[in-house]
Design a protein around this ligand. Structure first.
Ligand code: GDD
Ligand code: MG
Length: 351
């Protein structure tokens, strides 16, 4: 059995962070996002290969994971010549599939029991099985209606508020039979949500829902990206680097923290980071690899990526700073600010 990770989107909602870092590898603490999904897929021994379906900045992703041996899996990269959409991308992989396939949106983080989903798919002899999860506002997702027997009866992508009929949405995790891919045209931009799933319903094929009520999030917006970090630090989602350290300050072994600095958990200080005398790393702060926090500076509720600089007496709160961002001395960076890679906030500036 193979798995396809759909990871070709441009990540527009996460700009400017995704201008030089495609969404599948934005760091969660210091780990590229896809590492979490690969960890989940690895738990299924039947999955012998993971296909990364890419088109936006594929080389950067390949550089991170190589053939997958470092993360303990066999990876294949398929790069579309132009974005083919979520169904077109699966079709593009068809020559490499001869068996049931697991498809995963490359931006969802969850603790789902994938083995149970596959078992349900087999038990029901389904043509397709989709994971659903309840959310408060389905408008940003694919709304999915089901009948009492757990069959999908309607799929409506990005419903308008007046079209909402239930709270279950597409969680972006599917198990599909390869013969159903014949209805997707080749080399054509085609949507799994708007065309493929509605066609399964129309033709009355066995299309089964697995409702999951555990942790699930799509990291595709800055708010959700920040939320994921907090969920891991606070233990709503159990994962590295907070395994066994929920609510605490996690300081990487090679970080150098001055003994007069104040580190308030939960927070994270990455490899090679430097925290100087009198600085304060407050709740929910994430200090990226090799980032320097100078004397008396304060970082609180903010995420800084690698190789950044927070100057003396500067304050960074509730913001996201891309790689190599530089905040000058006594500068203040406030809530909701997102600085792209190499941004410079000069001394005493306020944002
Ligand atoms: N290879 C490839 N090619 N991948 C793509 C393409 C493409 O042309 N377009 C999008 N993707 C990938 C994205 O990288 C992402 O991992 C996934 O497909 C879904 O695309 P998003 O752009 O993130 O869609 P969304 O979040 O608005 O909606 C989707 O996900 C929701 C759950 O998070 C839909 O599947 C909804 O129905 C669903 O509820
Ligand atoms: Mg998404």
């Amino acid at each position: 059995m193979k798995a396809i990770l759909l990871a070709g989107g441009k990540g527009t909602r996460l700009r400017p962070l995704t201008l030089h870092t495609p969404k599948p590898i934005v760091p969660i603490f210091d780990r590229p996002f896809l590492t979490y999904q690969i960890d989940l897929l690895k738990e299924i021994p039947d999955i012998t290969e993971i296909i990364l379906s890419l088109n936006y900045q594929p080389r950067r992703i390949e550089e991170v994971f190589g053939d997958g041996s470092d993360v303990g899996v066999h990876l294949r990269y398929l790069v579309e010549p132009a974005p083919l959409g979520t169904a077109g991308a699966v079709k593009f992989a068809q020559d490499h599939l001869d068996d049931t396939v697991v498809v995963f949106n490359g931006d969802v983080l969850t603790q789902i029991d994938l083995a149970a989903v596959i078992a349900l798919h087999r038990e029901r002899r389904a043509k397709a099985t989709i994971v659903l999860t309840p959310v408060e506002n389905p408008t940003a997702y694919g709304l999915v209606e089901t009948d009492a027997a757990g069959n999908v009866t309607r799929f409506l992508e990005k419903p308008k508020p007046e079209e909402i009929t239930c709270d279950t949405i597409n969680a972006g995790i599917y198990v599909l039979e390869p013969d159903t891919l014949d209805r997707i045209p080749k080399d054509t931009n085609w949507s799994i949500e708007r065309s493929y799933f509605p066609s399964l319903v129309e033709r009355g094929e066995t299309f089964v829902a697995y409702v999951y009520r555990g942790y699930w999030i799509d990291i595709g917006t800055p708010e959700k990206y920040v939320q994921v970090h907090r969920d891991i630090m606070d233990g709503r989602f159990h994962a590295a680097p907070f395994d066994g350290a929920v609510g605490r300050a996690v300081v990487a072994p090679t970080a150098r923290v001055d003994e007069s600095a104040v580190i308030e958990g939960p927070c994270y200080v990455g490899e090679g980071a430097v925290v100087k005398a009198g600085a304060r790393i407050g709740r929910h702060a994430v200090i990226g690899r090799q980032t320097h926090v100078d004397e008396q500076a304060v970082v609180e509720g903010a995420i800084t990526w690698a190789n950044g600089w927070v100057g003396r007496e500067a304050e960074v709160r509730e913001a996201i700073l891309g790689r190599n961002a530089h905040v000058g001395r006594n500068a203040s960076v406030g809530a909701g600010t997102i600085l792209g890679d190499k941004s410079v906030v000069t001394d005493y500036s306020r944002s």
